[in-house]
Design a protein around this ligand. Structure first.
Ligand code: SER
Length: 340
């Protein structure tokens, strides 16, 4: 018989690393990791098996399910918001067609198992499109259903995939005579900007936060690409990983939404600089806004409303701004660069 596994796509990304580390430390021994580039050695040891390949490759997917029964999918592979603007068509293929492929794997596996496969999907604050700065400043925390007219390819892709997931979970082939027992148990989170102390993000537009802190720890100068007064929500990586795992464990019947906002703290780029300079007094941080990347960040909300996540599945982040810096980011980043 095939071994039952949890498939993680985009396993080499920063969320993938955090997730695989936490799952394997919790005793999880059935992780199957997939990425375009070989999975790093330290990660490989934590997985049952690793595959190098493209989520668009249907043959690879077939190979995987011929060997393994997939009971849960964390579909993390994506081209982030800045990178996607350079190659929107490729972004569409990877972000949308790739997700469609994985949803089909999930559907097929659900039918083999007679039980819906859980499909965990990272969406983003990029699905929002605030019309102007004044609205962004005055709107307060944005709930899931408001201001969803994104300006980026990545935001459009994520919003559509949220809807695809909801369709596969609730409406798949709704006109069929016979009740279709196959379904996908789709669960998504709109993550704020994520900050990891151990990995650097690539290709995102919220990256100025993590880039600033990592540059200071390395002793490098950093020119921030947004204005000092720019505010978006952020979250420390351990809280993001824990939220994903918590949502995966939640009782299906308690979930009133397919996709939830979550947030920890909103701060301006200038607040970020103050925190970084307090920890690294020699940090050389300047502001050189890139007008077009600035416009993207300006279209993202300053705060999101995560009451549904708190109510339905008990979301409760551990790291507020002070703790994120003092207890997670600074000590871990100092360690990381001290041992190099
Ligand atoms: N961090 C992502 C990006 O900047 C947003 O989800 O693209």
């Amino acid at each position: 018989m095939r071994k039952s596994v949890v498939l993680v796509t985009g396993a080499n990304g920063e969320l993938g690393h955090g997730l695989i580390e936490t799952m394997s430390e919790g005793g999880h021994d059935s992780i199957l990791a997939l990425d375009l580039v070989p999975i790093e050695e330290g990660m490989r040891r934590r997985c049952r098996e690793t595959f190098v390949g493209d989520i668009l490759d249907r043959d690879l997917m077939e190979r995987i399910v011929s060997q393994y029964e997939v009971r849960e999918i964390y579909h993390l592979a994506a081209l982030l918001s800045t990178r996607a603007e350079f190659t929107p068509e490729t972004a569409h293929r990877v972000n949308v067609e790739g997700t469609m492929n994985l949803l089909q794997v999930a559907l097929e596996q659900s039918s083999w198992r007679g039980d819906p496969v859980k499909f965990l999907f990272p969406s983003s604050i990029a699905v929002y499109g605030m019309p102007d700065l004044e609205t962004k400043r005055t709107a307060g925390p944005i709930p899931e259903h408001k201001w969803t007219s994104p300006t980026t390819m990545y935001g459009c892709n994520k919003l559509y995939c949220e809807n695809l997931g909801r369709y596969f979970a609730r409406f798949y082939r709704q006109l069929a005579e016979a009740e279709d027992s196959r379904a996908v148990d789709f669960r998504g989170i709109r993550f704020p900007g994520l900050i990891s102390a151990t990995t650097m993000p690539t290709g995102g537009t919220s990256d100025y936060g993590p880039e600033m802190i990592h540059a200071a720890a390395r002793g490098d100068a950093y020119a921030c690409f947004v204005r000092p007064d720019t505010v978006i929500p952020f979250m420390a990586m351990p809280d993001a990983v824990e939220a994903f795992l918590q949502l995966a464990r939640a009782d299906r019947n308690a979930l009133s939404l397919c996709v939830y906002n979550i947030t920890s703290f909103s701060l301006s780029a200038d607040d970020f600089r103050t925190h970084v300079e307090r920890a690294f007094p020699d940090a050389k941080i300047s502001f050189q806004p890139h007008l077009k990347r600035q416009a993207i960040v300006d279209s993202w909300p300053a705060e999101v409303d995560d009451r549904a996540a708190r109510r339905d599945w008990g979301f409760d982040p551990k790291f507020d701004m002070e703790r994120a810096f003092d207890e997670y980011l600074l000590p871990t980043i100092r360690d990381r660069y001290a041992t190099r």
